[in-house]
Design a protein around this ligand. Structure first.
Ligand SMILES: [Zn+2]
Length: 274
C-alpha cells in the first residue's frame, strides 16, 4: 500500500510533469470509468458535473490522500491498496488496470490504475469533509516532540496499531511504522503511555527520519503495481526476517500485531527495555 513517501512522490511527479506534462493549470474535459464505485462522493452523476471544465490549480498531499484544488471545489484521491496515478499523452494505448481516466484539455489523460479497485475519488466543496478526522502531518513544523508526547500519553494503546491509526498520526503504514520503531529501538507492543522522554524523542526523530529517507528515495516499490522509487533496497527491518540486525547482528524477527506482519529486532527493541 502506498504510504506518505510514495504518495508524496506521485504528487511531486504530477506537479512537476517530469517525464510527462505538469498537471497544474490543466482543465478536466470529462471523466470516464469502468468502475463507478471509484467515486465515493458525491454521486457519479453529480461528480461528473462538478469536475467538468474545472481547472486543476495544484497537486498537494495530505496524509495518504492526493489533493487537487480546483477553481471550484477540491478533487481528492486515495490510492488505498494498489492505486497509482500517472499521465499519458494523446493517443496512448490502454493500460492494464486503469479503471478511471480524467481527460484533460491538452489531450493528455490522468489515469487511475487500481488492480484491486479499493481506491476512492472524492469531490467536495470543503476538503475537511474528507480529511477532517486525520491526525497531524508528521513532517509539519507543528508536529513537535511535545505534541507527540501529549498524544502518546493521552492514549493507552500498543504503539504499532496506534501509529497506524490515521486519526492519531497521518500518513504512516506498515513499512514506515516498522522502520521508525526499529530506528527508535522501541518494541512494537509497548504501551504508548509507558514511554519515557528519551524514547519519545527517539520515536519523534525516527518517524521523521524514516519518512524523509523514504521521500528521498522516491518511496518504495514493493507492491507489484507501484513502480516508483528504490527505498525497498534500504529497509532496515521491514521484510528483513532472518537477516542480521545492522546494529547488533541478531536475526530480525517477524510477528503479527493486529493482523499486520511486523518486523523488529528482538535485542534492540526489547519489550521490557527501560
Ligand atoms: Zn538489533
Amino acid at each position: 500500500m502506498p504510504e506518505l513517501p510514495e504518495v508524496d512522490t506521485i504528487a511531486r511527479a504530477l506537479r512537476s510533469g517530469k517525464g510527462s506534462a505538469p498537471l497544474p493549470g490543466r482543465r478536466i474535459l470529462r471523466f470516464t470509468t469502468t468502475w463507478p464505485r471509484h467515486v465515493d462522493r458525491p454521486s457519479i452523476t453529480t461528480f461528473r458535473r462538478r469536475i467538468k471544465g474545472r481547472e486543476i490549480q495544484s497537486v498537494e498531499r495530505r496524509a495518504k490522500y492526493l489533493v487537487f484544488p480546483l477553481d471550484i471545489g477540491t478533487l481528492l484521491i486515495h490510492l488505498r491498496m494498489s492505486g497509482d496515478l500517472f499521465m499519458r499523452p494523446p493517443g496512448s494505448d490502454a493500460d492494464d488496470y486503469v479503471h478511471s481516466i480524467f481527460h484533460l484539455d491538452n489531450g493528455w489523460e490522468l489515469r487511475f490504475s487500481d488492480a484491486r479497485k479499493f481506491g476512492r475519488i472524492y469531490w467536495t466543496q470543503d476538503p475537511e469533509d474528507v480529511l477532517g478526522d486525520l491526525g497531524p502531518e508528521p513532517l509539519d513544523d507543528a508536529f513537535t516532540i511535545e505534541v507527540l508526547k501529549q498524544k502518546l500519553l493521552a492514549h493507552r494503546r500498543q504503539l504499532k496499531p496506534l501509529l497506524l491509526d490515521q486519526s492519531f498520526l497521518a500518513g504512516m503504514g506498515n513499512i514506515y511504522v516498522d522502520e521508525a520503531l526499529y530506528r527508535a529501538r522501541i518494541h512494537p507492543l509497548r504501551q504508548s503511555d509507558s514511554l519515557k522522554m528519551p524514547e519519545i524523542k527517539r520515536l519523534w526523530e525516527s518517524i521523521r527520519t524514516s519518512l524523509i529517507e523514504g521521500i528521498r528515495h522516491n518511496g518504495a516499490s514493493i507492491d507489484w503495481v507501484y513502480r516508483g522509487g528504490d527505498y525497498q533496497n534500504h529497509f532496515l527491518v521491514y521484510k528483513q526476517e532472518g537477516n542480521p540486525c545492522g546494529t547488533c547482528g541478531t536475526s530480525i524477527q517477524r510477528t503479527v500485531v493486529g493482523q499486520r506482519g511486523t518486523y523488529y529486532c528482538p535485542d534492540c527493541q526489547r519489550e521490557n527495555k527501560p
